[in-house]
Design a binder for this molecule. Structure first.
Ligand SMILES: Nc1ncnc2c1ncn2[C@@H]1O[C@H](COP(=O)(O)OP(=O)(O)OP(=O)(O)O)[C@@H](O)[C@H]1O
Ligand SMILES: [Mg+2]
Length: 275
């Protein structure tokens, strides 16, 4: 009993130190199998997760600052140059160049706000949504750059937030259109109690080893940088977060050609199968 108390004391002492100083440290794990050893192991696992989350936050803040800095630097250079040679400046051209940087800043900030809202668990406005109808209205609204085929099974309903699901679709469609060679295909279907939406393009696709990477914040693959000069690399992370808040998943699956994004969300509970 006394030995157990000594072990608990050592764990508590180390935890106090960790709270005050360094999240990289771990509590001592007693050698013999016991409840206390299990407790120490659980504490260390929790610390592992906390440390990973803190690291992720740190990286996110640093990537965000870096991405915000580039358009700011560009704008500052333009203003400084214009002020240095005010008589030689074509102010209209300057203003247009600055507007491009402002657009970029605005895009990054609005994506960051969406992510912050999703991260902080701001509640969604859930309602019954006919996914096929939502997809069709989004497709009808878009200005097309490439033809988009659609194959929509009727009556596939989910519990969802209309604005967020529309945003998810827009992010996938923007990417698909940008990377397609000649066309994009979208489908909505019901599969084993799940609603499935696929967005497929016929472009160069994404290598299997990069399929998880593209869902990380600020990732933009080198191969496609010239195609998406204005991208922030937040479109897919936002789309995946939205899928998660709907109890679903969004991932890349195999395809003969191009990238195939597949979204799966649970069907609405009162779905009777042949609505
Ligand atoms: N359909 C696709 N085909 C090929 N590569 C893709 C496709 N969709 C995304 N990618 C790659 O994944 C990266 C991340 O996509 P994501 O949508 O997150 O960011 P983005 O499109 O660069 O910027 P944003 O969506 O914020 O404008 C893209 O930069 C691109 O390299
Ligand atoms: Mg995108």
């Amino acid at each position: 009993m006394k030995a157990a108390l000594v072990q608990v004391k050592a764990i508590r002492h180390e935890l106090e130190e960790i709270t005050a100083t360094d999240i990289g440290r771990r509590v001592p794990v007693p050698a013999a199998r016991s409840e206390i050893r299990q407790l120490a192991e659980t504490i260390n696992q929790t610390l592992d997760r906390l440390e990973a989350a803190a690291e992720q936050q740190r990286r996110f803040a640093s990537d965000a600052s870096h991405d915000l800095r580039s358009p700011l630097t560009a704008m500052r250079a333009q203003v400084e140059e214009a002020l240095r040679y005010p008589d030689d400046v074509d102010w209209k051209t300057k203003a247009h160049a600055m507007l491009a940087s402002l657009d970029r800043l605005q895009a990054i900030v609005s994506d960051l706000l969406i992510l912050a809202k999703l991260d902080s668990g701001v509640p969604a406005h859930y309602e019954r949504i006919d996914l096929g109808a939502l997809v069709c209205s989004e497709l009808d609204r878009r200005r097309r750059n490439v033809p988009i085929d659609r194959e929509v099974q009727p009556g596939v309903a989910v519990t969802g937030d209309r604005l967020r699901l529309a945003r998810l679709l827009t992010n996938l469609l923007d990417n698909a259109e940008r990377h397609a060679d000649s066309k994009v295909s979208v489908s909505v279907a019901r599969e084993d109690g799940t609603a499935v939406v696929e967005v497929l393009d016929d472009g160069a696709g994404i290598a299997p080893e990069q399929r998880e990477l593209v869902f990380q914040r600020f990732t933009r693959l080198d191969a496609s940088r010239n195609r998406d000069a204005g991208g922030t690399g937040l479109g897919l992370p936002i789309a995946r977060e939205i899928a998660r808040t709907h109890g679903g998943i969004l991932r890349l699956e195999d395809s003969v050609r191009g990238a195939r994004f597949v979204l799966r969300i649970p069907l609405h509970p009162d779905q009777d199968g042949d609505l």
